[in-house]
Design a protein around this ligand. Structure first.
Ligand SMILES: C[S@@+](CC[C@H](N)C(=O)[O-])C[C@H]1O[C@@H](n2cnc3c(N)ncnc32)[C@H](O)[C@@H]1O
Length: 237
């Protein structure tokens, strides 16, 4: 049972482009003989209470130094082609992490707010900023009061390498619509299932067609652009 738990833990962790799992929690799960069955059971209990939709999952990863792929110039160009420059309009980056996309939005002229529910991610975003840039807020987008955001509505809402890890996707999208200004754009970047070569240990870990269907349903415009294993979506109400 611990081994099944370990493989699920590994599947979840690797799917966010994590490198080798080095944390003791994981080792206890895969090797209860060495670390003790009691320890493994305790680890399993804490793992079951910690899904990818919680700060408890992400905080130790950020605190432990885990980082994710930066926004490349190719990805940034796709954004400009599909969404356009900011001209002082407000943008909200949900699950901003270290702020790679939020800083690009700022450069493109958006008055940008980056939010994340992992304190160490917000600390990393603040540390990576030199001079003018986005404002950063510690906030759980799915649970906190959205009226606490600095702006009542956003011309652009972005969500990069985040949507895949939310549990109630319909509820998440409902909250995005609450903060998106009329005529605004929701920009999502996510890995798609089937993009990796057969045999790649991470090949089954992208967003499924059913999850993509939930994401794209109900928008008046849904444009996509592909980037290696990723797909970018520009969605308009
Ligand atoms: C894989 S990282 C991506 C970080 C960043 N967007 C990037 O592209 O580098 C996912 C991030 O989403 C954040 N996150 C997930 N669900 C969240 C939520 N409900 N509210 C705020 N942040 C969330 C996590 O804390 C984590 O920092």
């Amino acid at each position: 049972m611990e081994r099944i738990a370990a493989s699920r833990y590994l599947a979840t962790a690797t799917s966010v482009e994590l490198e080798a799992i080095e944390d003791p929690e994981f080792r206890r799960l895969i090797d209860p003989a060495k670390y003790g069955a009691g320890s493994a059971r305790q680890s399993q209990r804490s793992r079951m209470a910690t899904t990818t939709a919680t700060a408890d999952y992400w905080e130790p990863l950020w605190a432990g130094g885990r980082r994710y792929r930066e926004v490349t110039s190719t990805e940034a160009t796709l954004f400009i082609d599909h969404v356009g420059a900011g001209r002082g309009r407000p943008a909200l980056d949900i699950g901003t992490g270290e702020g790679s996309l939020a800083r690009r939005l700022h450069q493109f002229g958006y008055r940008t707010t980056g939010i994340d529910f992992a304190p160490s991610a917000i600390t990393a975003a603040r540390s990576a900023q030199h001079g003018e840039g986005p404002t950063w807020h510690l906030m759980d987008f799915t649970a906190d009061d959205l009226s606490a955001l600095p702006d009542p509505a956003y011309a652009v809402v972005t969500c990069r390498l985040v949507y895949r890890w939310t549990d109630d996707k319909a509820a998440f999208l409902g909250r995005v619509r609450q903060v998106l200004a009329p005529g605004g754009t929701f920009w999502v970047v996510t890995e798609l299932a089937g993009r990796r070569e057969a045999g790649d240990p991470y090949c089954h870990l992208g967003m499924s067609p059913a999850e993509a269907e939930i994401l794209t349903a109900g928008w008046s415009v849904a444009r996509t652009a592909d980037l290696d294993v990723l797909r970018c979506y520009a969605l308009r109400p």
